[in-house]
Design a binder for this molecule. Structure first.
Ligand code: NDP
Ligand code: A1CAB
Length: 270
């Protein structure tokens, strides 16, 4: 990856802002001015925030193309067909990375042109704290060097894997949308703690750090989650009593169905 890599975002929303902050913190770019973002409306909060971070900002997508080597398409899927024709003539030497849920490589390739270098990637918002996870697949014009650039760039904000495109909708259902499921669990655990008399701040800290710690255990120990779960359950103790409640209320099924619903919705968008 070039030390002078310039990254541009078309669309200055939540995911663009999360990635921009992660890239700057992770020194994926030399300085904040090597990150730019464009968004048509002048007074948008997140575009303004990116400007305050030292990024270049534009209200014209074409202007952004001039100062970017890697262009991240970070608009809503429905907006993509409006954006691509406008920049089509400017993508020749750029590496285009779409993060839009459900928008397939073939569609992007057709809306730009057959020679364009296009990557489809699915990140998640924890990229902002460099604990994200992303997967990507590449179109036919993307070189091994481009793939290495994608891995290095997104590797600065979390984990990154190359996958077949057929997996990306399911990845969206697990890790793209997944942070929201986790926040719901954190909120519910904290509410449970508050109901039992804990102060709200302490309850959030306990719930969130427990989630971080459990995730780290799975990743670092390579131990099956069921074994790790068993280690917490003392016979006749508190945990097995709680798990009995969770199984009765169908937590596993609910989460599996949520992933399935998100995956289906992603496929529907395409
Ligand atoms: N949020 C997430 O957790 C994740 C999102 N994604 C994907 O990232 C993409 C962006 O999502 P998210 O950041 O949440 O959405 P946002 O709505 O926050 O951001 C979209 C941005 O695009 C701007 N925009 C609208 N029209 C244009 C245009 N013609 N040219 C340039 N910019 C435009 C919007 O401006 P305005 O507000 O004025 O319309 C807004 O700033 C989506 O495709 C989504 O599927 C992928 C993984 C995770
Ligand atoms: O909700 C969405 O459609 C986007 C894609 C993954 C996360 N947010």
């Amino acid at each position: 990856m070039s030390a002078n890599l310039r990254v541009g975002f078309i669309g200055a929303g939540k995911m663009a802002s999360a990635l921009a902050q992660g890239f700057i913190k992770g020194q994926a770019v030399k300085c904040a001015s090597h990150v730019s973002a464009s968004c048509p409306i002048a007074d948008k909060h997140l575009l303004e925030h990116m400007k305050q971070m030292g990024c270049q900002t534009f209200h014209c997508n074409k202007e952004l193309m001039d100062c970017s080597d890697v262009v991240i398409l970070a608009v809503k899927p429905q907006i993509m067909p409006l954006v691509l024709p406008d920049i089509k003539s400017l993508v020749a030497s750029k590496l285009m990375v779409s993060i839009a849920a459900g928008v397939q490589l073939a569609q992007l390739q057709a809306d730009l042109n057959p020679d364009s270098k296009i990557v489809r990637l699915m990140p998640n918002t924890p990229c902002i704290v460099r604990e994200g996870v992303s997967v990507f697949c590449s179109g036919p014009q993307v070189t091994p060097q481009d793939n290495a650039t994608v891995k290095q760039l997104f590797g600065t904000v979390g984990q990154i894997d190359e996958v077949k495109e057929s997996m990306i909708d399911a990845v969206t259902g697990v890790s793209g949308s997944g942070p929201a499921y986790m926040y719901l669990i954190i909120e519910a655990m904290a509410d449970g703690g508050v109901k039992q008399g804990l102060p709200r701040d302490l309850a959030y800290k306990l719930a969130a750090q427990t989630m971080v710690g459990a995730g780290r255990m799975v990743l670092d120990t390579h131990t099956h989650p069921a074994v790790l779960k068993d280690e917490v359950c003392s016979p006749g103790g508190t945990t097995i009593t709680a798990l009995d409640m969770l199984e009765k209320s169908g937590l596993r099924t609910s989460i599996m169905q949520a992933v399935e619903a998100a995956t289906k919705r992603c496929t529907q968008i395409s």
